[in-house]
Ligand binder design. Structure first.
Ligand code: SF4
Length: 391
């Protein structure tokens, strides 16, 4: 399988109150200088990773962040043109090349430039089209502004596009979330990522809620948001193929499938992570440094760990069970030279409502996708006792 490429852009116009991604709010004057350092460093880093791991090109590319669309136009174009040339030679025509974009940055000029230089999938961060929710979340632009940008994508973007929503934001209503999803599907989005709000305790939103400024949805309320959204998504023909991801047929994210099938990827940019599988099925995990440490020495400032068999096998299961595809038995045996059932026990017998097994794979039911943690706790216990026994 070819390696994938993730490029992290660590800049945002401002910080959203719920966000825990690594990115810095930066003004336009400083952005040019910082973005130039970033561009230089990612190119250097990519060459170093490809040299070390003898990479011949990438099977999918994803530019995320942060806010890639906030980069100065010349730097963004340079990064896109450069990245597109890194496609695996036999896959150049078909390579999935995704870029995240914030609605406020989108115009027909940007869309034309991206399409012309190889980007063929957009991932658009909307989160909510309700003004109260947008403002408490610190999202830039009103609902009306954002809708105009979605119309612009609908008119001008010739390829696939995906929209991110959050369920359970303060100020968001269940009807609002349903209407928002219907609207973007009407505009032609073929893929929806729908995340239940989860907050780092240090985030501004968690602090505001703790000080009594507003309440947060508890887990029952969040389930109501999610279930209402699921109904709309299913009614419109989208399939839940991963815990938080829905797609029309053949519009699944191939790049994200690489993570969930425990493939190889190179991560460029501060805070990004690379995963390189070794012959024994255990990956080397490389975590990039932050800020100037990364810009000065992108490859050597990274920290590196080699996963042992137990952690690798468990992560493989954990990622596989996030998807409807499930854990494919022969893939597990090929990597770890042992059937998954010997390591984890017969999980489908322990959780008949949450999992089912056929001759090919162990797959989560819809309920299983929602209660993955229960399965994983048991799987970890079973793996501990298996690898404990095996020494
Ligand atoms: S724009 Fe995206 S990456 Fe930036 S702060 Fe908001 S949620 Fe986080």
């Amino acid at each position: 399988m070819p390696v994938s490429l993730y490029v992290h852009v660590p800049f945002c116009y401002s910080r959203c109150s719920y966000c825990d991604f690594y990115s810095n709010a930066i003004n336009k004057e400083d952005l040019m200088m910082e973005a130039s350092k970033w561009l230089f460093a990612i190119k250097q880093h990519q060459a170093a990773l490809s040299g070390r791991f003898m990479n011949q090109g990438y099977g999918t590319i994803y530019i995320g962040g942060g806010s890639p669309s906030f980069l100065p136009k010349d730097i963004l174009k340079d990064a896109i043109v450069w990245a597109a040339r890194l496609a695996e030679p036999t896959n150049k025509q078909n390579m999935e090349f995704t870029m995240e974009a914030n609605p406020e940055d989108i115009d027909s000029g940007l869309l034309d430039m991206l399409a012309e230089h190889g980007v063929n999938r957009l991932s658009v961060g909307v989160q909510s089209l309700e003004n109260k929710a947008r403002s408490l979340a610190g999202r830039k632009g009103t609902a009306k502004d954002t809708i105009k940008k979605l119309e612009c994508i609908s008119r001008n973007w010739p390829f696939l596009w995906s929209v991110d929503f959050i369920a359970g934001l303060p100020g968001q209503s269940i009807d609002g979330l349903k209407n928002d999803i219907s609207r973007v599907l009407d505009y032609g989005a073929g893929h929806i990522s729908l995340y239940a709000l989860t907050l780092d305790p240090d985030s501004p939103m968690a602090a505001a809620a703790a000080s009594g400024l507003y309440g947060l949805a508890d887990s029952d309320a969040q389930s109501e948001y999610l279930e209402a959204a699921y109904e709309i998504l299913a009614k419109n023909g989208l399939i839940r193929y991963e815990v938080s991801n829905w797609a029309r047929p053949r519009q699944e994210s191939m790049h994200n499938m690489v993570y969930w099938t425990y493939g190889d990827w190179h991560g460029l940019g501060p805070s990004a992570v690379s995963n390189i599988n070794m012959e024994n099925g255990c990956p080397i995990r490389i975590s990039n440094a932050l800020g100037n440490d990364y810009y000065k020495n992108p490859a050597t400032s990274a920290s590196e760990t080699s996963l042992d068999k137990k952690d690798a096998a468990f992560e493989f299961l954990m990622m596989a069970l996030r998807t409807k595809r499930g854990l494919v038995f022969y893939e597990f045996v090929e990597r770890y030279k042992i059937p998954a059932s010997e390591v984890f026990g017969s999980l489908e017998k322990q959780f008949p409502d949450l999992l089912h097994a056929d001759e090919l794979a162990l797959k989560p039911t819809d309920r299983g996708l929602d209660l993955l943690n229960v399965i994983l706790l048991k799987a970890m216990e079973n793996a501990d006792s298996y690898y404990g026994k095996a020494g």
